[in-house]
Design a protein around this ligand. Structure first.
Ligand SMILES: *[C@@H]1O[C@H](CO)[C@@H](O)[C@H](O)[C@H]1NC(C)=O
Ligand SMILES: *[C@@H]1O[C@H](CO)[C@@H](O)[C@H](O)[C@H]1NC(C)=O
Ligand SMILES: *[C@@H]1O[C@H](CO)[C@@H](O)[C@H](O)[C@H]1NC(C)=O
Length: 228
């Protein structure tokens, strides 16, 4: 343990930091204008899962009269398509879904909640996720009055992704998580370190005291011959 360790133990927890961050967000000048907000964390799912890609307007305003687009910004246009356009994962326009410019693999698999749109929630439901769904999704309200009209949500699809809490907990019971184990060791070595630190400090003080004493002795000695 040293000065850094001391700082670390008194520094605010990540939860507090997030709280401060949220306060900062709301006190920023653009706070009054509606903005589109996605998920900061990637969404994790396993093939076959039904998922929600979170996205909403803050402050919550009724966007059921606006166009809402969900697309995949990193998807290449279909080479067979003469217009080389990228279709939508989900397009909501004139109060209904428009399906004729939709990526074929998403036909019948996406859903926007009408009730959600009324309160600024434009989260997209996707059923039966596949490995091909992995990547970036973009939620976009072109006519939103505000600077931030779109947001990115990242989807990660893994074969054996832990989708619920239960398998994780039972796995922990069988074999302890290596991270937790090292964390425990870290704590015990830290408490072991306290006597060592105290001892080192005492040694340091003794050493400094001794040096000063020696220095004075050394300083006085030449005085005598100088006087002669
Ligand atoms: C979206 O999916 C969630 C969970 O998969 C479900 O609870 C919710 O009802 C779905 N929303 C709609 C509009 O179907
Ligand atoms: C949103 O506005 C539409 C009309 O544009 C209205 O029909 C709907 O009830 C409103 N929804 C809410 C939740 O206020
Ligand atoms: C989910 O997708 C797979 C292939 O992508 C398909 O074989 C399966 O029938 C689908 N399941 C449902 C419930 O639609």
């Amino acid at each position: 343990m040293d000065c850094y360790g001391l700082f670390y133990s008194v520094s605010p927890s990540p939860v507090k930091l997030r709280f401060i961050f949220v306060i900062w967000l709301f006190s920023s000048p653009a706070a009054g204008q509606p903005q589109v907000i996605g998920s900061l964390q990637p969404i994790r799912a396993a093939p076959g899962d039904d998922i929600i890609l979170p996205c909403h307007v803050e402050p919550p305003i009724n966007v059921s009269g606006l166009t809402v687009e969900w697309s995949r910004p990193d998807l290449k246009p279909d080479p067979k398509d003469r217009l080389s356009r990228v279709d939508y994962v989900h397009l909501y326009r004139n109060r209904r879904e428009v399906t004729d410019i939709k990526i074929s693999s998403y036909v019948g698999r996406t859903l926007l909640s009408t009730e959600g749109l009324g309160k600024g929630d434009i989260s997209l439901n996707i059923t039966n996720v596949t490995l091909e769904d992995e990547g970036k999704f973009r939620c976009f309200i072109p006519k939103l009055e505000g600077q931030k009209k779109s947001a990115i949500v990242i989807l990660v699809v893994e074969q054996n992704s832990p989708t619920t809490e239960t398998p994780l907990q039972s796995r922990n019971l069988q074999t302890p998580d290596p991270k937790e184990e090292t964390a425990d060791k870290g704590v015990s070595s830290r408490s072991n370190a306290i006597p060592v630190v105290v001892f080192s400090c005492l040694l340091g003080i003794l050493f400094i005291g001794f040096s000063v004493y020696l220095g004075r002795k050394h300083f006085r000695k030449p005085e005598v011959p100088n006087m002669i």
